[in-house]
Design a protein around this ligand. Sequence first.
Ligand code: ADP
Ligand code: MG
Length: 702
Amino acid sequence: MVQLLKDNSLVASWQNFFEENYKSEIETVALEYPEKRSLIVDYWDIDRIDPKLAEELINQPYKTIFNAEEALKNIDVAVENKIILHFRVTNLPDLHKIIIRKIRANHLGKLKAIEGLVKKRTEVRPKLQVAAFLCQKCGAVVKVEQDEDILKEPNECFEDQGGCGRVSSLKLLTNLSTFIDSQKIEIQENPEGLRGGAQPEKISVYLEDDLVGEIAPGDRVVVNGILHSKQRRRGTFRLTSFDKTMEAVSIENQQLAFEEVDVTEEDEKEIIKISKDPEIYNNMRKSMAPTIYGMDVEKDALVLQLFGGLSKKMPDGTYIRGDIHTLFVGDPGTAKSQMLNYLAKLAPRSIYASGKASSAAGLTAAAVRDEFGEGQWTLEAGALVLADMGIACIDEIDKMNDQDRSSLHQAMEQQEISVAKAGINATLKSRCAILAAANPKLGRFDEFMPIHEQINMPPALLSRFDLIFSIIDKPSMEKDKELATHILHTHKAGEVFENITKSKKSKYNKKEKDFLMENVMPIFDPEFLRKYVAYAKRNIFPVMSDDALEILKNYYVNFRNSSVDSIPFTPRQLEAFVRLAEASARIRLSEEVTIDDAKRAISTIDQYLRRVGMDRETGKIDIDIIATGISHSQHDRMRTIMDIIQRLCDESKDGDAARNEIIIEAETSGFAADKVKEALDRLKRNGQIYEPVHNRYKITEY
Ligand code: ADP
Ligand code: MG
């Protein structure tokens, strides 16, 4: 096999190429050998100097790479130091880049580049490279090179290796065999290349030796490698259909998000001009899902989320996220899913996923043992990891599984996800903003019930969202009329458009269509908006002015101290203000966070707190409602009622308290009867009291 591949003239061409162009690179690698074992060669260097060689590399990669590696053995430094290097070519031309779903039979055996996201990765495992076998008849050790998945076992002892040449049973000797590290990864198409709701296609890629261990799920990579087919098996039967796989030659990491968006000099001029328009904030809002009527506050929030605040790395190693997390909770049919969808299409690197996970990795990540790992454990990335450096749009987040629920805290705050299970010990990055939607358990949103009871998410998790909007669908003559008009006009505009483009004898003209479309046209088209956001995120890093800082500080301090018995804010909210203010400055491409930005942040948060954080009894905003589910005034009431129950229990001979007596006692302390009943129900639900006899309560002893 090896002898068949070897081609002396090819070796000579490569040797010539290396000596003339890569001598110093080879010497550098030699200095760090064996830590470094690969010579990285730019495809264009080969193409420039010897186009025929480059072509052969693409069309006959096995043979060409084999001979290039043979040539590398002949270079002086390699001979002197007994160095064996891998030949790894990078930077293939676009012509040879291929989309995973477009791989066809005629690409097999060719060198191609594929682009995508790393979805899964197995453990690194040793693989036999050269197997040593002991002949049971003569005791000779013979070696067999292994270049396939299935172990190649000789059934005779080889004479040319000094053996007896007889048919014999041979025993594998692992300690005389040589092994190579190997790893299997799964690459999935980039989400932005997908049309509509298409499922991303995947391909398995095999990595060997120094390529292993470098890649983590969630990474965006370009893999240059040789496309292969791998025979499918059903039990011991071999099928005629094959799976596509790739053997990696080199891997290029694509680190930077928003770099994919090209911003030309012309675009830049336009962006700067537009940023100076005093209407910029309104125009941005009007560019968010224009077919959706109203929801101005939500749309403003989405704009801020799109731009995001600054993530900061402190000298002590702490990391402060800049991404803004938003949650929509509300009635069904209020365009929540629609909004998420729109943003997922708009923002680069975004992922749209449902909390009801379809894969084992769910929203975060998991160690799984499946077919892919061929018996080994595999680390698989979920939506938040795949959306690294983008926006994760998660619909029906309330339906997520328990494992996600527990790792989401870390994912949202530290923007990392740790997996420690079965020898897999990894930390994956999830530096994404989360836009989530949740439907209330009882079908409709109840303004008077704490959010966490309605959507099956713990308060601690809820408090990690910078913004939570409740969307309530209440009938109102005025609003319904406008909404209906908007939706019907949207449909009519769509109808006229279809009619003009598809009907043979249309009685409509372009002017009528344009008039109808006007309402649903975004001010900035999505492509331009993407450029704008990319430009701002790449270039603008605003700093808080002293005035802005003062305003945020005063607002925070005043709010926290505006009443004695209520703690309206936690420091977490203060950080949310900062992020929103930074985002607001970025929208104007301003290097400074001004008073106006601080005010915009305050008003955005104020809107949300008024809707979901308001204590209905006192009219005060109380973050405790979000954080613990009950307000301060409720908490105090429950304490007093517990005291009353305790006293009545102590006084009664059965050690219990009658419901009507509790209510009478509490009323004399100034509580309304219905509030007391509500509190009793809650105490019972919480397990603080129980009801051994109907309408008589006892206190639970812990
Ligand atoms: P949800 O996810 O909140 O249950 P959907 O996003 O599925 O709701 O919306 C249901 C339908 O109602 C969608 O077709 C959407 O376009 C329409 N709809 C709801 N509210 C609005 C609105 N404010 N403006 C325009 N269309 C709306
Ligand atoms: Mg929905």
